[in-house]
Design a protein around this ligand. Structure first.
Ligand code: NAD
Length: 521
């Protein structure tokens, strides 16, 4: 008998799981170069968030299947690690072309399973593709250091792959975040087991197909599915040397603790509460457009969504205009041409969002724009839609401020001075992103210097760095020391070997051994 895990654990209104039919295919596992059906009796229902139509059933892979994936990756590592860096570069060059050629297909899968708009879904793919493009420079990225340290003696470093590494991804960027993980992992010579989100694994399945076409050999990239059981397996399997995780605080802290306790290297990017600080000398039009786009794009389901705004001084007078612009956004299914924002991922996420809006009202905030009960076309009336919502007069003790809402809700606070605003941002435990809007270089400079947040925008609302840099969220938004992609990503997936060698033409003159610590002088 099939069991639906969401029905068991998460859906309050438990729906009987529908067995997969020919029309609605089950999501396959991808292990050792084969796509095949899981033998499990536990499945997750994946429904289109705009309509609730059943899209696919996602398996909770069995222990045997998970073991098969990691053993396969372990075996493949023996040969993959020995391929030349130029061969791995060639695979990345092929992959970047294939991803670009299949952009629409990937975006269609994202809209169907995740809900964001088609053009935003293409952005999701593109921001991941940029990591593959960067990985095409892997020969330069892997270069080590060399120094002649003494007469006839040289020391040099080699970056070596770790072995089997795993990636555990969230639902909100079904292409971009897997692309932060597996391309760099395999370009550096590791083999990889990916676990996409059980809510939208379709893009990762397409990427696995493209990786195969690009020349990634059997077993080098494997894709498994599931929830906590799969995660536990990854955290405990001695074959897995490192885990890249992106997702919520709850899961990330757990994975970091369990993975590191088992001796693994773990990088865990967690939740966020990103503040935009608005000075009254800023370009008003630019600022208001950017605030609205960054708060409500992707229905606020971005870890870098600008979900909090601090108006400094007279800038608070701009609030009514901000509300007018937010009202103009069109809420609809992601395939509709005029849609600005799509649905939230699940009915539970929508309910949680409603509850957090209500908590703000109950705690004394002013609801200046209410997106609950937003009107959508008839065919979307079952979807998980929440319209743009703005809460004003919010204070830092309110639940709508202390919790990451991860929905289309902007909370607004007021400060009298820049110092007060900086203090507020720095007091928040998260450190993913922040932005200042100003026309003063001096103000911007003070802000970038004094703000304790890892990614800062100056008149740029979502300052996600391109992959020649790294994603450098800080404080409560990360556990682990090495960031995703860029130089830091290469460091995460490799370890240094340092070789000191002596090549001397002549034999030693003395026949007595020196027992002192060598000092190379
Ligand atoms: P999530 O933590 O629910 O899921 C992420 C992954 O962890 C999934 O693969 C899931 O199967 C697994 N998982 C979920 N619950 C688990 C548990 N209890 N134990 C072990 N594994 C578990 O996150 P989500 O809802 O998919 O994604 C949204 C969150 O991700 C938000 O908090 C957002 O801020 C964060 N996020 C952060 C970044 C970043 O770079 N900082 C980027 C994107 C998303």
């Amino acid at each position: 008998a099939r069991t639906c895990l969401y029905a068991q654990k998460r859906c309050l209104s438990a729906v009987a799981p529908k067995p997969a039919t020919d029309k609605v295919g089950n999501t396959k596992l991808y292990i050792n170069g084969e796509f095949f059906e899981s033998q499990t009796d536990k499945w997750f229902e994946l429904r289109n968030p705009a309509t609730q139509e059943l899209v696919t059933m996602v398996p909770q892979a069995t222990q045997q299947e998970l073991q098969h994936a990691s053993r396969t990756a372990e075996e493949a590592f023996k040969t993959w690690r020995k391929t030349s860096v130029l061969a791995r570069q060639r695979v990345m060059l092929n992959l970047q072309l294939l991803v670009r050629d299949h952009m629409d297909e990937l975006a269609i899968s994202i809209v169907t399973e995740q809900g964001k708009t088609f053009s935003d879904a293409k952005g999701d793919v593109l921001r991941g593709l940029q990591v593959v493009e960067n990985a095409c420079g892997i020969p330069s990225l892997l270069m080590g250091e060399q120094l002649p340290v003494a007469t006839d003696m040289d020391t040099f470093t080699i970056r070596e792959p770790l072995g089997v590494v795993a990636g555990i991804a969230p639902f909100n960027f079904p292409a971009m975040i897997p692309l932060w993980m597996f391309p760099l992992a395999i370009a550096t010579g590791n083999t990889c087991v990916m676990k996409p989100s059980e809510r939208d694994p379709g893009a990762m399945m397409l990427l696995a197909k493209l990786a195969e076409q690009a020349g990634v050999p059997k077993g080098v990239l494997n894709v498994v599915h599931g929830g906590v059981d799969t995660v536990n397996y990854i955290c405990d399997d001695p074959a897995v040397r490192a885990i890249s995780f992106v997702g919520s605080d709850h899961a990330g802290k757990y994975i970091f603790a369990r993975g590191t306790a088992n001796g693994k290297r773990v990088q865990a990017n967690l939740g966020a509460k990103n503040h935009g600080v608005v000075m009254d000398d800023a370009n008003k039009n630019h600022t208001l457009n950017q605030l609205v786009g960054a708060a409500f794009g992707a229905a606020g389901q971005r870890c870098m969504a600008l979900s909090t705004v601090v108006f400094v001084g007279k800038a608070k007078e701009w609030l009514p205009e901000l509300v007018e612009r937010a009202k103009k956004l069109k809420v609809s299914g992601g395939f509709e041409k005029d849609a600005d924002l799509g649905p939230m991922i699940t009915p539970q996420a929508k309910q949680r969002c409603h509850d957090l809006i209500q908590s703000g009202v109950d705690e004394g905030a002013t609801l200046v724009l209410d997106g609950r009960n937003v009107q959508v076309a008839d065919k979307y009336k079952e979807g998980n839609f929440v319209g743009p919502t703005i809460l004003s007069d919010v204070t830092p003790d309110m639940k709508c401020y202390t919790e990451e809402i991860f929905g289309p809700v902007l909370v607004c606070l007021f400060a009298d001075t820049l110092d007060e605003a900086i203090k507020m941002v720095n007091k928040n435990p998260y450190g993913n992103g922040t932005a200042i809007f100003t026309n003063s270089g001096a103000v911007a400079r003070k802000f970038t210097e004094e703000i304790d947040v890892g990614q800062v925008g100056v008149n740029v609302p979502i300052p996600v760095p391109l992959p020649m840099f790294s994603f450098t969220g800080s404080r409560g938004s990360i556990q682990g020391d090495l960031n995703f992609y860029g130089k830091s990503g290469v460091q995460f997936y490799t370890s240094f070997k340092t070789v000191t060698q002596l090549w001397r033409h002549e034999d030693a003159k003395s026949n007595r051994a020196d027992v002192n610590m060598p000092t190379h002088r």
